[in-house]
Design a protein around this ligand. Structure first.
Ligand SMILES: [Mg+2]
Length: 227
């Protein structure tokens, strides 16, 4: 017997979606001030992939692990995450995190909430003097050479299993995944809402992850079509 799936799958971005603060922005603000200019601008100018930009920023951290762990406590995850994940599960929704970020901080931030979530992200380890070393998740079924995790592939896997799929995100890298879900199940803020608006694709704006969970708990995934 394999994994048993609920009728609905809620695929969610992590940084800026489950958390209010992007971890890499906390890093460049405090521990790697040159990272934004070198690596993030390099990504925007197509000199680096998204993965290489984040890897470069995290690899330029010269603080000790305690200073990096202080940032874990500044990420501001959804305060009622555990309650909402339980309610979503009870309402028929599996909840899966799909992130272009690093599992090192995602796991630590989630452990402050005690929520149990399936996470797809790039692995990493902290090495004093070398920073947070992020590696491509080459063993992942959703591997992407440019983003680490292919978020759209996580959505497609649910669709192929026959699940009703919802998606929430806040960045440009969320666009391919967000395009694949039905408008009533598409949640966006920040850069993702701008990108969807340019494509004239409808979505529900959100302020907090809890408000998305509340909306999804009110719908039975078995009654919604993906198209
Ligand atoms: Mg994000």
């Amino acid at each position: 017997m394999g994994h048993s799936y609920r009728p609905g799958l809620f695929v969610t971005d992590f940084d800026g979606t489950i958390t209010r603060q992007d971890f890499f922005r906390l890093v460049v603000e405090t521990l790697a001030p040159g990272g934004m200019e070198t690596f993030w601008r390099g990504y925007l100018n197509n000199r680096y992939t998204h993965f290489e930009a984040l890897q470069g920023i995290f690899g330029s951290i010269r603080a000790d692990e305690a200073q990096l762990l202080e940032l874990v406590h500044k990420a501001e995850p959804e305060p009622h995450l555990t309650k909402w994940v339980e309610r979503l599960n009870a309402a028929g929704w599996d909840v899966v995190v799909a992130s272009a970020g690093c599992g090192w901080y995602i796991d630590r931030i989630l452990s402050t909430t005690r929520a149990i979530l399936e996470v797809h992200a790039s692995p990493g380890r902290f090495v004093p003097g070398n920073g947070l070393l992020m590696e491509l998740p080459i063993g992942s079924p959703y591997f992407s050479p440019t983003h680490g995790i292919d978020k759209a592939a996580v959505v497609r896997a649910g669709l192929q299993r026959g699940q009703t799929v919802a998606y929430a995100g806040d960045g440009f890298s969320d666009l391919p995944a967000a395009r694949l879900v039905a408008e009533p199940l598409r949640f966006a803020r920040s850069d993702l809402s701008d990108a969807l608006s340019r494509e004239k694709l409808g979505f529900t704006p959100f302020e907090s992850w809890g408000s998305i969970a509340e909306a999804l708990c009110a719908v039975d995934p078995k009654t919604i079509n993906n198209t």
